[in-house]
Ligand binder design. Structure first.
Ligand code: CMP
Length: 223
């Protein structure tokens, strides 16, 4: 696929005219990152904006005790690295390839030009950032208000919504994240996640099936 077609798959740029996509694609470069490679570290200076073509990027912060907190896991069509370019502050988090990942990269000056020249793009950019803020608020309330059982249940629901596919019988199947990854999303330990998942499975609300977790249709109502 050429860069123009790839850019069309990034929702914020989908509405650009053909000549604008063509012009933008000439400014982008492609980079591949093997699994577990760092794209950039928190607190670094940054000059590039990234769009995910293929793969997944984990956005993380390292706690003082060395624990990793996952803020978000982004996939194809998502973008990241905009914050340091918009407010001229260092990177707010570390970005790591959670699997082999291909990115399109755009220099800060070029991003600035696209956003200044296209009001529709600016508007959809703001919409994405707003929905990230909503999600972050939701995450804060999860961490502050729910016990660890509720947090595990909620993260399972979120993953099912984000990346699940509905089966014919109404259940939702999605990639089984590692227990460490789930733990890092909700500030607990791997052992606790394993215990909680077993408990949720024992109640018949989920099935853990090799590389997938399958959620019952009435899972959300149970909490
Ligand atoms: P930047 O600060 O340049 O580098 C880290 C990037 O992670 C940031 O830009 C955003 O693109 C992304 N990011 C930071 N916080 C979140 C969050 N809560 N949800 C999703 N993405 C985030």
């Amino acid at each position: 696929m050429d860069d123009r077609e790839l850019l069309r798959q990034v929702p914020v740029f989908a509405d650009l005219s053909d000549p604008d996509i063509e012009a933008l694609s000439r400014l982008c470069t492609r980079r591949r990152y093997p699994k577990d490679t760092v794209v950039f570290f928190e607190n670094e200076e940054g000059d590039f904006f990234f769009m995910i073509v293929e793969g997944r990027i984990k956005v993380t912060i390292l706690g003082d005790d060395g624990r990793e907190i996952i803020l978000s896991v982004l996939g194809p069509g998502d973008f990241f690295g905009e914050m340091a370019l918009l407010d001229n502050e260092p990177r707010s988090a570390t970005a790591i390839a959670a699997e082999e990942t291909e990115l399109l990269c755009l220099h800060r000056n070029d991003l600035q030009t696209v956003l200044t020249d296209n009001k529709a793009i600016l508007t959809s950019f703001i919409k994405v950032l707003t929905s990230r803020l909503r999600k972050a608020n939701h995450q804060i309330s999860t961490l502050a208000l729910l016990d660890v059982y509720g947090r595990v249940a909620r993260v399972i629901m979120e993953m099912a919504k984000e990346e699940g596919r509905r089966l014919k019988d109404g259940r939702i199947a999605f990639r089984r994240a590692t227990h460490q990854e789930i733990a890092n999303r909700i500030g607990t330990t791997r052992e606790t996640v394993t215990r909680m998942l077993k408990e949720i499975e024992r109640q018949g609300l989920i099935e853990i099936d090799g590389k997938e977790i399958v959620v019952q249709p009435d899972f959300e109502k149970a909490f």
